[in-house]
Design a protein around this ligand. Structure first.
Ligand code: GTP
Ligand code: MG
Length: 337
């Protein structure tokens, strides 16, 4: 069995939380493991009328049977983690790698006080930039150094490989998005690490040959929070008129928005060696698509949009979001086999 990686295709907030929670329920993986930067990214999960905002606990928690893990590459804020473990009642089935680096209050303060990070770059002030810097300097504490985390420590990569060897499914959840990558994004307006699919694998301790599918997630339009270039950015009134106005999960800042960018999508598919596309918020652009669970029920304009994405990128759009809830999805994966 090979792992499935879910990666953001634009600037984060593509709706990965919803896609991962859908996959966790539908595919019943034995492990859902969080990769990516740390608590500077928030996933939103909606189950019926219950909503969760998660910055540390994997979005796959919705599957009660899954073991939830956090990979060594992820920067962990113990306060955020413990609070979310409480909120999601996941104690006993969540583990983190002893080598996760720890975000301390001093990291958060350093970021708040840094005009460069908090004003110029528009960071989320969650301390990840300062912590990543300390980790590179080998000054950061690791999870294994903190008694309050001792009950959570687990050999994350060892556990993943054990499950893969025994034929079980593993779902790797990414954070942020391709163009926020420190290496491939819009530097200096980017996050503190690479966040492309290969980096996500490295975060959790698997290699390229351990991966089957890479699902790149695009929203049906592009949004961006913080500073940095956004091609085709629409005036605020137009964003509002189209119903595309959104607020950040972590910072509550208003997001800027632009129409779907086919060139960026093509590049994201290339950078991540993506095999499939998950497309979210199709119903926000095409209201008649709301709640559809069968591709045939989509309006013609929406089908044409999907065909255009497939022809630009060369890979299939297999999972389509048609509403906020984890089960409002069209799943075309069976049609591809
Ligand atoms: P990631 O950072 O990629 O995980 O995205 P996010 O979860 O942070 O995105 P955001 O915080 O913007 O939350 C997305 C919101 O949109 C949540 O309330 C989701 O339930 C909702 N959402 C996700 N997919 C769809 C969709 O296909 N249609 C609609 N109408 N809403 C969706
Ligand atoms: Mg988000």
């Amino acid at each position: 069995m090979a792992a499935t990686v879910v990666v953001g295709g634009f600037f984060g907030d593509e709706g990965k939380g919803k896609i991962i929670s859908y996959l966790a329920l539908r595919d019943d993986p034995e492990i859902v493991v969080r990769a990516g930067v740390g608590p500077n990214a928030g996933h939103t999960i909606q189950l019926g009328d219950r909503k969760f905002f998660l910055r540390m606990v994997p979005s796959g928690f919705v599957n009660q049977r899954a073991l939830l893990l956090i990979g060594a590459g992820v920067l962990v804020n113990p306060k955020v983690l413990l609070k979310e473990v409480e909120e999601t009642s996941t104690k006993g089935r969540i583990g983190l790698d002893p080598q996760c680096a720890i975000i301390e209050d001093a990291h958060v303060r350093r970021e708040e006080e840094s005009v460069h990070l908090s004003k110029r770059i528009g960071s989320t002030r969650s301390g990840v930039g300062a912590c990543a810097a300390d980790r590179a300097l080998r000054l950061a504490k690791l999870a294994r150094d903190l008694p309050e985390l001792s009950g959570f420590l687990m050999d994350v990569s060892g556990k993943i490989h054990e499950v893969l060897r025994s034929g079980g499914r593993v779902l790797v959840e990414g954070t942020q998005g391709t163009f926020l990558s420190l290496y491939h994004g819009t530097y200096p307006y980017c996050t503190a690490k690479d966040v492309c699919a290969s980096a996500l694998c490295s975060d959790v301790g698997i290699g390229p040959k351990d991966v089957g599918d890479v699902i790149v997630t695009f929203k049906s339009y592009v949004t961006r929070v913080g500073e940095g270039p956004l091609e085709g950015q629409l005036p605020r009134e137009e964003v509002e008129r189209r119903g595309w106005l959104e607020y950040g999960t972590v910072t509550r800042r208003e997001r800027r928005a632009a129409p779907f960018n086919f060139e960026l999508a093509k590049r994201a598919v290339m950078l991540n060696s993506a095999t499939q596309i998950a497309l979210t918020k199709l119903d926000v652009v095409f209201p008649e698509a709301r709640g559809a669970r069968d591709y045939r029920d989509l309006p013609a304009g929406a089908k044409e949009f999907i065909r255009m994405i497939e022809s630009a990128t060369g890979i299939p759009v297999t999972i389509i979001g048609t509403g906020p809830s984890a089960d409002e999805v069209i799943d075309r994966r069976a049609d591809q086999e």
